[in-house]
Design a binder for this molecule. Sequence first.
Ligand SMILES: [Zn+2]
Length: 431
Amino acid sequence: MIRARTVTAISSVRPAALAIAAALVAGCATDGDGAGAEAGVTAFEGATVLTGDGSVIPSAVLLVQDGQFAGVGASGEVEVPDGAERVDLSGKTVMPAIVNAHIHLSSERDERIAQLQHMAYYGAGAVVSLGTETGGVGIEMRGEVIPDAARAKTADRGITMPEPGRSEAPYWVETEEEARAAVRELAERQADIVKIWVDDRGGQYDRLSPELYGAIIDEAHRHGLMVTAHVFYLEDAKGLLRAGVDVFAHGVRDLDADDELMELWAERPEVVLVPNLPGPGVALDLSWLSGTVPPDQLAEMQAASVDNPAAQESFGIQARNLARFAEAGVKISFGTDGNAAWAPHQEMEDMVRSGMTPGDVIVAATKTSAELMSWDDLGEIAAGKSADFIVLDANPLDDIANTRQIDAVYLRGTMVDREGISARMLGAGTE
Ligand SMILES: [Zn+2]
């Protein structure tokens, strides 16, 4: 398999050209087990394919060339070219790589690369870091193709009222002028999205007022930027909808949604929800994390995973809200917050626990999230898209927890070195 070991900057190079460049850098050596960055075609045959838009191809052929899908369809409908390398995936299920629209990455380069590789190990193809970075590292690195790693976009620094001792990275603003100036800086630095926090943290801080977040949203829109809001209170969700917010980075957490909220949302159907559910407050079997979590740490995590009635109650509010939003046709995307690389699988399970179907959850976690972040070549298994996909040993439409049964992850047509990532993660934990 080809695996370029160099990091290549791509700001203006098309992915196909880049794949070829990477092959040249790698010396074009191949032992033929990957779809790699070679001129030839690889045909992945026989899997059940969940395409990301909600449709299913029961026995599919996926042609991959130069890091992209060159053909996608049912067996017999897509012709496999002579000389193509053939990979038998019968009995497997394939879904698009996950797009996680709310996480937080390190501001330190090497640690960030390790995080992006760890996320790729668990099937993420792309992630969005939401507003707690310093030093501009996310902006600097977002054009790079890092081997075995998810791609990333970034909000760079988000905007909040002062939160001394809690959150030092974001802009702290107290006047409309400061709020607009922060947005102008982000626009100049070409942040991918503007993140705001509208939360008093249980009464500890003042939260952004409607005047301040209104100014931020207005200024962001003047510069062609979307605004995503960390929100807690129902009342603020309403204010944000009135003020023109584009995305909620969390659901409503204090109360059940009421009719007024639903009416406001219905007037703005383009507003996307990243549900970002809290833990369900029930004991979970974490043994499936043994590939990257060292045994001692895993034992600690397992011991801490117990039934927790208070957590169940707050999960209940958000789960009922998600069910109501989904039922009302709100556009639902996907994010996990934090930086746990395995969290997407728990989040998908929690979304199903809330009442969404596995099929709808997979669409949220792939196509809808890619669209939200304008990743035009991600989120779907379709001709012309980047060949970013997960090969599973079981079908998540039968049980969403089957997304954990990962056989292989391919990013840009190349198989991710999961064994290498596992060895590094387990080794790092025992030092
Ligand atoms: Zn967050």
